[in-house]
Write a protein that binds this ligand. Structure first.
Ligand code: SOE
Length: 390
């Protein structure tokens, strides 16, 4: 880390997550009092023209066409990995071994074996003062951070049920192209790792208990898709006559689960739920209360307190009060936040952990626990939904 109190960041990749992370690095120091000043020192991408354009658009000081240069540069303190999962392990381990901090997008890796190697590298690097976080950004949606606070306060009592869905619909169009998220060699899995990983992490974190076993099924509805081309939106690809290639990942994953402590859960992840654009939903039922959240109404948290009976019912908490997590640094009550704010909060907490020389959360070990659940889901689905321990 630079002695000058700055944190020089090098980012690998500049697509959707690169744009979200860039926004967060730019914005965090303007709305939060950070102990270190992030500097957007370099962005790396293979295509020189495209990465130069991305640097200009997203606000990076320099560019590299090989991520290894970021690892080698003495003026880089942290490497932010925003590329598909097949590169996460190689980049994260090289960065950690070079003494750099790491922020790695989710899911941590494309396999448990890779995630284990990354976690070992992170734990070894901590001894040398380098820290690592995995980008399960939804934890830092204020409403879900409030949900965690309420569960920890005992407001729900003993957790009995966890109900988690992550519903999108952007792949319902059979002519949507064969992008990297549909190629197992790049993404590791389909809906399971791309969006199912988010609800597994959020559920384990908020419930304060890990999944111990699953029974799962997975399905691929569209087996072949047009090769080449970019995703242009639902229904925007009609009449593609070119060659089609095989889809090698799941389109939908569903599983029942048991948690440490006795709770049971139901999880569903799909990108074929027409009309659901980014419906990341959680409901927790406890012995004294219940919580419900839907990212499509992300500034609200529904809370039921049995002590209010007979006039209980779910009440809608508008999570915009200054006392709520993160919200006090933004706008007056009722003005609300968006998807990008969770990424800014992620940077705020990562910079704070680094300055305090503390393990950031979610750590690679936390993300490895998610990876183990994903692997158990795949094993169960491949074995007639047989109950599979995590
Ligand atoms: C999938 O469409 C996706 O982009 C995920 O990859 C992100 O992690 C999620 O935040 C939004 O949806």
């Amino acid at each position: 880390m630079s002695e000058s109190g700055t944190l020089n960041v090098g980012m690998v990749g500049y697509a959707f997550m690169g744009a979200a992370h860039s926004h967060a690095w730019r914005t965090a120091p303007r709305f939060f009092d950070l102990p270190l000043a992030p500097r957007m020192t370099a962005v790396a991408g293979r295509d020189p023209e495209r990465v130069a354009a991305a640097a200009a658009t997203l606000g990076w000081d320099s560019t590299e066409t090989d991520w290894r240069r970021l690892v080698e540069r003495d003026d880089i303190d942290l490497i932010d990995i925003c590329v598909p999962g097949d590169l996460h392990a190689e980049i994260a381990i090289a960065a950690l071994e070079a003494g750099k901090h790491v922020l790695c997008e989710k899911p941590l890796a494309n396999s448990v074996a890779e995630a284990e190697r990354m976690t070992a590298a992170a734990e070894a690097a901590e001894a040398r003062g380098a820290f690592a976080m995995c980008g399960f950004s939804y934890r830092r949606t204020p409403a879900l951070s409030l949900a965690k606070r309420l569960v920890e306060s005992g407001a729900l009592g003993r957790i009995r049920h966890v109900r988690a869905q992550y519903l999108q619909d952007w792949l319902t169009d059979e002519d949507a192209p064969l992008t990297w998220r549909l190629d197992k060699s790049k993404s590791g899995s389909g809906s399971l790792g791309d969006i199912g990983a988010h609800i597994v992490d959020a559920a384990q974190w908020i419930a304060g208990a890990n999944v111990t076993g699953v029974s799962a099924l997975m399905e691929t509805f569209v087996k072949e898709r047009p090769v080449g081309g970019e995703f242009v939106g639902l229904g925007g690809h009609g009449g593609v006559d070119g060659p089609r290639g095989p889809v090698t990942v799941d389109d939908a994953a569903m599983f029942t689960a048991r948690f440490e402590g006795g709770a049971v859960g139901v999880f569903e992840a799909t990108r074929f739920a027409l009309g659901r654009k980014n419906a990341m939903r959680l409901e927790l039922n406890g012995s004294k209360g219940a919580l419900a959240f839907d990212f499509e109404d992300m500034n609200a948290l529904w809370f039921y307190d049995a002590a209010d009976e007979p006039n209980a019912g779910f009440r809608r908490i508008q999570v915009t009060e200054p006392e709520h997590p993160y919200t006090g640094n933004w706008w007056p009550v009722g003005h609300g936040l968006g998807y990008e704010h969770a990424f800014t909060h992620q940077v705020v907490d990562l910079v704070g952990a680094i300055a305090n020389r503390e393990r950031p959360a979610p750590s690679f070990a936390d993300a490895l626990r998610v990876q183990r659940v994903l692997a158990a889901v795949e094993a169960s689905a491949a074995d007639e939904s047989r109950w599979t321990a995590v």
